[in-house]
Design a protein around this ligand. Sequence first.
Ligand SMILES: Cc1cc2nc3c(=O)[nH]c(=O)nc-3n(C[C@H](O)[C@H](O)[C@H](O)COP(=O)(O)OP(=O)(O)OC[C@H]3O[C@@H](n4cnc5c(N)ncnc54)[C@H](O)[C@@H]3O)c2cc1C
Length: 431
Amino acid sequence: MFAFSRRCLRSNAGIKAFATQSGRKKLVILGTGWGGYSLLRNIDKKLFDVVVISPRNYFLFTPMLASTTVGTVEFRSIIEPVRNTNFRQTGDFHLSYATSLDIQNQVLHLESVLKPGLGYSVNYDKLVIAVGARSNTFNVPGVEDHAFFLKDVPDARKIRNRIIRNIELSLHPGFSESERKKLLNFVIVGGGPTGVEFGAELYDWIEQDVARVYHQRKDQVHVTLVESNQILSSFDESLRKYAENKMKQRERFKLVKSSVTEVTADCVRLSTGEDLPCGLVVWSTGLSPTHFVKSLGVDKNRNGQILTDEKLHVIGDPTNNVYALGDCADIKDNSLPCIAQVAERQGEYLANQLCGKDHEKFTFQSRGMLAYIGRYEGVSDIPKIKMQGVSSWFLWRSAYLTKLGSWRLRMQVPIDWTKTILFGRDISRFD
Ligand SMILES: Cc1cc2nc3c(=O)[nH]c(=O)nc-3n(C[C@H](O)[C@H](O)[C@H](O)COP(=O)(O)OP(=O)(O)OC[C@H]3O[C@@H](n4cnc5c(N)ncnc54)[C@H](O)[C@@H]3O)c2cc1C
């Protein structure tokens, strides 16, 4: 997490200098995720001076992030540098994050990611907030300190290192059988698509790579998925049941129906009173607002998301120049799921609206949901079509391949998949 200090802040507050030398309006986009990146790619740069501010200088294809945690796909195969989008000026991208907003004066306060404490500000004519959301810990004690999250590339790297560390450590002398079992039990909290897909990747890794290179440890590696409700609850019931049955049949894979009351350095405590000793906890249960969104004095819903009207204008903004989209926002009386499809569509819609090409309200038609459940099987919940098994896995891979942001990525990902099938996953450990 970033420190929200504002030392060295050189504020322009009160200057209200909108006009750029070009005479074009200045559009500032916060965030390079699904929403911000889609807006950036679709906006007509002849009409705006576009400035992007984000703590990361790449777009991340999140649907394949779980595949990177065990090395099915490499980290660099699912990220696209945002500087490839042709900025007018080199300085139009800031590797910084927004700390606060002076909405009256249209000034945004930033802090550098590269030099913590270096604060500065930029002004704007139009501002689009697309800063996403954080994982929700629901204030469960110990989650923030001991659990891993799966939101971005650094998270996936940490998880991959921890998995390899634990299995190597379990081979060291001096560990009792129960300590080894603990190191090799990997717990996932949350049975949504992210938790299920991470569990599936972990399971494949055990079946294929642990069996290959750590064969004496194969029977000792376990995955436990904890969910208080149903897994894949947003999917059709038949698909949910299919996924659940498949998982229950798997050796060394346990599905536990319970909520979590505490996470410690080496165990997960359940509401049933049971303790699950473990060497890794991945927390994947819902979203909560970022610090920046929390700091904004605009209308919010009860989850802390920014409320917008149906044209994505922020409600409570007196200037009518601020928009919000993606996971950080919610359309009043028309709540949509926090998924990439929505954020991407909103970015595209807003680009058209700002350029005067779309005067209608935002509408969204779901193209369906896909999830990988392991062993080359998937579930697909597409309007009018419910699919499961190997054909669904094939659809999952084909659909995501076509959705990857560039030809470079569309070339890299199949190469990674092929390498994994032919040579196994890379289990090298380095920080
Ligand atoms: C592992 C995983 C798998 C997923 N799989 C799917 C899937 O298969 N299908 C699907 O539809 N959805 C999926 N999702 C959900 C989807 O990724 C999100 O709904 C989507 O990313 C939301 O887009 P966004 O632009 O709102 O936020 P994000 O994509 O999260 O982007 C937020 C951006 O804002 C930046 N930012 C944060 N704070 C600040 C700040 N203060 N100032 C400036 N910039 C800031 C971040 O660095 C980031 O660049 C998945 C999510 C995860 C984590």
